[in-house]
Write a protein that binds this ligand. Structure first.
Ligand code: AN0
Ligand code: CP
Length: 318
């Protein structure tokens, strides 16, 4: 594996999940693989889980790790070619990328959608420039349109908890005061569509995702109907994708908050969320604290998904 930005990069999902279970049984089994190798993690946006779990995974593999928060202490980076750099940005990505690459063997990049220009976001300009100009294996730590390390951890969590061959997975939009990217729901949909599980997406009108990600999923506008018989409820907020509202909050309707009354419509479903989560907006205290809530083991599996991905990228260096 030479890069990791989407589900196709991981190849066969069953093999990937089997490898994840193997790593989880002994996460130090490959502690020699990364010896004298350096991972550089570059953050254009905030993070708690991705930062810690990815660093931990790299350390499990024996790597050295460097973290750069672009917004804290680095020069402000210009990402567009051809601009006259007379503003507040002191350095161009086109110099910064090869310089950073010269100090490391692998690069992880977090760069969220700007939510201003759909075409720009969906072209994945930032991470694509890292892939093109670094000469190093690059992996996404959430890019503009996908968050594959999260989706892989979500799938591992579902595999650990499912009690039927083909569980019913329901991804539900839920309210949030700020405009959030579509990366997490796009990516979750992409990964679940690559399984043979029953998959329903529910959201208010106007929150339709890119059809490329919706794929074979059934879209149900009635959230309560969608919840019927669900084995897993995957909650997430996202801003509108459809024009003319791209990147906007068009509803904060708290009738969409996941609560116990709605969970009672399911097949005793597990509750999932990638975190960070706003309590009593996305989900009530009662549901997130219930014994069916998987948010903590789901976050813990981020170490495992990252370790599989970094292991495979390291193997490509040999
Ligand atoms: C981010 C998002 O929705 O993409 C990161 C989630 C992992 N969430 C927030 O910014 C709150
Ligand atoms: N789920 C997730 O990626 O969390 P962070 O934004 O804290 O990394």
């Amino acid at each position: 594996m030479k890069k990791f930005t989407c589900v196709e990069d991981i190849g066969d999902l069953r093999a990937a999940v089997a490898e994840a279970f193997e790593i989880k049984r002994d996460r130090f089994a490959y502690s020699e693989l990364g010896r004298n190798r350096t991972l550089l993690m570059i953050f254009f946006n905030s993070s708690l889980r991705t930062r810690l779990s990815t660093q931990k995974a790299a350390m499990n593999l024996g790597m050295n790790v460097m973290v750069l928060d672009v917004n804290q202490g680095a020069w402000k980076l210009e990402t567009e070619r051809g601009v006259v750099m007379d503003g507040d940005k002191a350095e161009h990505l086109l110099e910064a990328i090869p310089v950073m690459a010269s100090y490391c063997d692998l690069i992880g990049v977090r760069s969220f959608a700007q939510l201003k220009d759909k075409a720009e976001d969906y072209e994945e300009r930032v991470i694509e420039q890292f892939i093109r100009y670094s000469g190093r294996p690059v992996f996404s730590m959430e890019a503009a349109t996908r968050h594959p390390l999260q989706s892989f951890a979500d799938l591992i969590t579902i595999e650990e908890h499912k009690t039927t061959e083909r569980p019913k997975i329901v991804m539900t939009w839920a309210p949030h005061p700020k405009a959030l990217p579509q990366a997490v729901p796009n990516s979750f949909a992409e990964w679940i569509n690559a399984t043979d599980y029953e998959f329903v997406i529910t959201h208010p009108e106007g929150y339709e995702l890119d059809p490329k990600f919706v794929g074979r999923a059934k879209v149900e506008y009635d959230q309560r109907k969608a919840f019927e018989g669900a084995d897993f409820i995957y909650a997430k907020n996202w801003s509108a994708y459809a024009d003319p509202n791209y990147g906007k909050v068009i509803s904060t309707d708290r009738d969409w908050t996941v609560d116990s009354e709605k969970m009672a419509l399911t097949n005793n479903a597990y509750f999932m969320h990638c975190l960070p989560v706003r309590r009593n907006m996305i989900v009530t205290d009662e549901v997130i604290e219930s014994e069916r809530s998987l948010v903590i083991p789901e976050a813990a599996n981020r170490e495992i998904s990252a370790e599989v991905v970094i292991k495979r990228l390291l193997e490509s260096l040999k």
